[in-house]
Design a protein around this ligand. Structure first.
Ligand code: UT7
Length: 323
């Protein structure tokens, strides 16, 4: 009998502090009009001092587990670019917080495509019969690797966490996942220093995101367009067969281009970019959680989740929703 992973619970958490475009206008040379027109972002959430990635992950995970009616899972995968420690992984820290013990727990690092990577890994564990349940989390304190004087990047990002619980089922569920990377583009979107290359800059808190925005934009639109074709083809579906797009929330113009490729009206696209900004690995599960809680997603709906990020990495998951 076929074996699928089904999403049986979602959760999301955003830090309390909101940073609006108007506030950014006061600290850097930018305008609310520029940020809104070019990105669609109006505000973002910023973690409080002493609030860390695992705290955000825990809050989102508790909600997802409660929604799923589970207190434990066989597997924990956390997608993050901003782990609390070099090691152990955020997934191990989270496992302890949740009082779950013994099963595998590890982090996945694929920046803004991280949640899709984590979801795909967990889906493969479940399909292979290695796990029956899994907690998949995207959690970031991206504000900690942003140069708040660099207007090219600081207006874009925010903090947050989203989580889903998967359970093995004999019907869909996740229909397919598609992962890609091309490391030749590493320098177009990166934090140029790390522990191995310059620990001092990391310790001094001066290892910041650098981005060639225009090139990233162009590649994101191109690769996400190709991904739409790939996901449809893999499942023998036509463009009109997808009911909802749940995109990574980097820029409304990238999202609009992908929706156009799907010939999907924007009212079928889950949008949180205005309120959340780009929360990297957290943005897709956060958007999914918002849509689920709003009651926008109905049984039988086919969802395309997709994201593009540093690496470059990109990927998608086609999901047939059953609550
Ligand atoms: O999560 C995945 C990774 N990230 C992304 O997907 C982001 C991809 N890139 C983008 O979303 C867009 O490229 C940006 C939003 C980053 C920039 O938008 P753009 O339309 O590509 O603008 P641009 O970089 O071509 O800059 C246009 C102008 C420049 O001025 P000049 O050279 O034309 O005089 C910039 O200096 O806008 C200027 N600019 C700003 N002005 C006001 C750049 N940042 C700002 C700012 N406020 N914050």
């Amino acid at each position: 009998m076929a074996r699928f992973s089904r999403i049986i619970g979602t959760g999301g958490y955003l830090p309390e502090k909101v940073l609006t475009n108007a506030e950014l206008e006061r600290s850097i040379d930018t305008t609310d009009a520029w940020i809104t027109e070019r990105t669609g972002i109006r505000q973002r959430h910023i973690a409080a001092e002493g609030e860390f990635t695992v705290d955000l992950a825990e809050a989102a995970s508790r909600q997802a587990l409660e929604a799923a009616g589970l207190s434990s899972v066989d597997l924990i995968v956390v997608a993050t670019t901003t782990p609390d420690r070099v090691f152990p992984s955020t997934a191990c820290l989270l496992q302890s917080r949740l009082d779950i013990h013994g099963g595998p727990a590890f982090d996945v690092q694929a920046v803004c495509a991280g949640f899709i990577y984590a979801l795909s890994v967990a889906d493969h564990f479940i399909k292979a019969g290695t796990a029956n349940t899994a907690l998949v989390v995207g959690a970031e304190t991206f504000s900690r690797i942003i140069d708040w004087t660099d207007r090219d990047t600081c207006v874009l990002f925010g903090d947050g966490a989203g989580a889903v619980v998967l359970r093995a089922d004999d019907g869909p569920g996740i229909l397919s996942t598609h992962l890609h990377a091309d490391g030749d583009y590493a320098d177009l979107l990166h934090v140029p220093k790390g522990v191995s290359t310059n620990l001092a800059s990391v310790q001094a808190g001066t290892a910041y995101v650098e981005m060639s925005g225009r090139e990233v934009f162009r590649m994101a639109v191109q690769k996400l367009g190709e991904l739409v074709d790939e996901a449809l083809q893999a499942n023998g579906l036509e463009r009109g067969d997808i009911d909802r797009l749940v995109p990574h929330q980097a820029n409304i113009r990238i999202i609009t281009a992908t929706a156009k490729k799907l010939r999907m009206p924007m009212d079928r696209v889950v949008l949180t970019v205005a309120e959340h900004g780009n929360t990297s690995a957290a943005s897709i599960p956060l958007a999914l959680d918002v849509a689920v809680k709003r009651g926008d997603i109905k049984d039988g709906d086919r969802l395309l989740l997709e994201g593009f990020g540093g690496g470059f990495t990109w990927g998608g998951a086609l999901v047939e929703w059953r609550s």
